[in-house]
Design a protein around this ligand. Structure first.
Ligand SMILES: *Cc1c(COP(=O)(O)O)cnc(C)c1O
Length: 410
């Protein structure tokens, strides 16, 4: 039976691929080596004639394959590759699909470490343009013959800017560009990037999908919309078989086999468990975050609140059109930035910590911490004020969170 509901589909994903000894949850395979009965099978494994077999766990195991199948279902794709972290997935994408002399267009509103990787790429001869991706025209203005890829986030961290997801999708299709959407914050529970034409969806599994702050992971999902036969950087060795898998095959061979950023079996298991409660958590956290956003916006001590589901958000209409809820990411500025540290210290529930998408609410002042190394110029370009505070709302009761913010604001 193929159920249509998101969570039904995910919690029954493991049994769809055959259970081992009746195990209800996918077993954790920690073996590094996988052996064969005959040497012919061993050779077949290397030559690609023996399908569905495993050889050396750097390239995947039955445990990672089961999680990848779940993520593929969640994003409605044709396949996924998992990585040790979200950053390993992003590196696995850029370093396997781009070559020296290529041009990459990236949203200027991206995760700090993604921004930092752009510099590394420039050092290796890849040209990178950072643009205001809230406007597809800004992307169109920099596209040139050697442009290969456009990279955006759905809801950007920490400013919550929303890229012109649909407009950029149409543009990428028109120019034959690989369109990559980092869906970490919303997750496929709130938004499927395939609906706006994404070629590849990236998720940091560490955040929404695991959701418990106890495992690191990342993934790339191919939506099946991109025609890899037209992509010049696919090596001859991977230009065979199902064309829909060419991109992922190169990503797996180069990004996992050669670069080695493989997701561990234990973390795979913990992420797979977390994924089963994704929808429930995203709903609860989104409801609390909206309540907090509304309260903060109405408070005289607060200058600005960034949350897509507030009518004051510059891309509110876009959020309503594409997202089923606003997620757990919220940022705000105090009217008097000099009050900020004392205010954060007065809060009882939020943990003062970096990181996102945990069961607990996490809070961090942005400029003096995660965007300190980036410098004042990058902060200004990304709209990060000195008094900006980022919140990753957890699963505490909404009323408790509201009460805590009320007391802290006095
Ligand atoms: C955290 C994050 C990443 C990187 O993920 P890690 O698992 O921490 O390596 C990438 N993109 C976004 C939007 C993130 O929030």
């Amino acid at each position: 039976m193929t159920a249509q509901g998101f969570t039904t589909n995910i919690v029954h994903a493991d049994s769809a691929f055959g259970t081992e000894h009746g195990a209800v949850h996918k077993p954790v395979h920690n073996s590094v080596q996988f052996g064969f009965d005959t040497v012919e099978d061993l050779i077949g494994m290397f030559q690609g004639t023996l399908k569905g077999a495993y050889s050396y766990s750097r390239q995947g195991t039955p445990t990672t394959a089961a999680l990848e199948a779940k993520i593929t279902r969640m994003e409605d794709g044709v396949g996924s590759v998992s990585f040790a972290t979200g950053m390993a997935a992003i590196c696995g994408l850029f370093f396997t699909l781009l070559r020296s002399g290529d041009h990459l267009v990236m949203s200027q509103f991206v995760f700090g470490n993604t921004n930092s990787i752009a510099d590394t790429l420039r050092g290796l001869g890849v040209d990178v343009s950072m643009v205001d991706a809230t406007d597809a025209q800004a992307v169109a203005a920099v596209v040139r013959p050697n442009t290969r890829m456009v990279f955006v986030e759905t809801v950007a961290n920490p400013g919550t800017q929303i890229a012109d997801l649909e407009g950029i999708g149409a543009l990428c299709q028109q120019h034959g560009l690989v369109y990559v959407v980092d869906n970490t914050i919303l997750s496929p529970a709130l938004f499927r990037a395939k609906t706006v034409g994404a070629s590849i969806v990236m998720n940091s599994l560490t955040k929404s999908i695991a959701g418990h702050g106890s495992a690191l992971g990342g993934s790339l999902t191919d939506t099946g919309l991109f025609d890899w036969t037209q992509y010049p950087n696919i090596a001859e060795a991977y230009r065979k078989g199902d064309t829909a898998q060419w991109g992922l095959t190169q990503i797996r061979k180069k990004g996992l086999r050669d670069m080695g950023g493989t997701l561990s079996a234990d973390h795979t298991h913990r992420i797979a468990l977390g994924a089963e409660t994704l929808v429930l958590r995203q709903r609860q956290a989104s409801a609390s975050t909206l309540a907090l956003a509304q309260f903060l916006e109405s408070h005289p001590a607060i200058a600005k609140v960034n949350y897509p589901m507030l009518p004051s958000h510059p891309q509110h209409e876009r959020a309503l059109k594409h997202f089923s809820a606003g997620s757990w990411l919220l940022s705000f500025e105090l009217r008097d930035a000099s009050d900020m540290l004392a205010f954060v210290n007065r809060l009882q529930l939020p943990v003062k910590a970096t990181g996102l998408g945990d069961t607990r609410t996490l809070i961090i002042p942005v400029a003096p911490t995660i965007f300190w190394e980036a410098g004042a110029e990058v902060r200004a370009a990304m709209g990060i004020a000195d008094g900006l505070v980022r919140l990753s709302v957890g699963l505490e009761e909404t009323a408790d969170l509201l009460a805590d913010f009320k007391q802290a604001l006095g």
